[in-house]
Design a binder for this molecule. Sequence first.
Ligand code: 9MG
Length: 288
Amino acid sequence: MNILTSPSQVSLNPTDIQIMGILNVTPDSFSDGGKFFHLGDALFQVEQMIIDGASIVDIGGESTRPGAADVVLKDELERTMPIIEAIKQRFDVAVSIDTSKAGVMKEAIAHGVDLINDVRALQNEGCLDVVAQSNLPVCLMHMQGLPRTMQTNPQYDDVINDVLQFFTERIETCQRAGIAKERLILDPGFGFGKTLAQNYQLLARLNDFQALGLPILSGTSRKSMIGNLLNREVAERLTGSITTAILAVQHGASIIRVHDVKETMDALKVLSFTEACRSDDNKISKKG
Ligand code: 9MG
């Protein structure tokens, strides 16, 4: 495994491990209380994430936490475009737009983003066409229901098979729309219409999705699947977040979406060095 730290493009090679740092620019962002909503604060946070090892910064102007209300196009554009522009002017980092709106995707592409991250997997009107007209990679996330109600009573015949089927259908739909399979990234959508046990089943069997031959993105950072298991408030979920990030990489994920970049990077370095030492071939130079 190879931890990428400073490419300005997203790697779609599953042996390259990348940290995607989260920058929510929503006033009600669940784990940072919206404190990075001001441009200067947001840029400071981005710079720190890059120093700490993020190779992708994910910008989201719509809260997707359970129960969140919808945001209109104009508000989402006003929240996200200035920060995308400012990051692109100042930093050499890949920028991802977290949106499900075709209008936001279109503007973000015009502003030079490097990745589309859609928690609705391009199912909203116009999204397939906008992405097909670009050459960008796109993350297709699985969600059952919609953020407002998704945690009410999630139902699956078999969560692994159902998510696999969903991905198979979305991959085919994307290809038919003119989006090459090689541009796709898959994400099981931890916390998006799943019970606690279903989330951990997905984590334990993340490898099953490798059968589809695409990179896997995992986002568990500070989520309820950690809080509810450990009985921890959002501010106390760091250990659980790092543990699930490392498990996800061990189970096949290559892009890890996190709030705590520095701590996750430390854990990844430990994992990577351990893996490198698996074959004792005297190529390892670190002492201690
Ligand atoms: C925007 N967003 C919130 N959680 C996410 C997750 O788990 N994956 C992806 N791709 N996006 C997410």
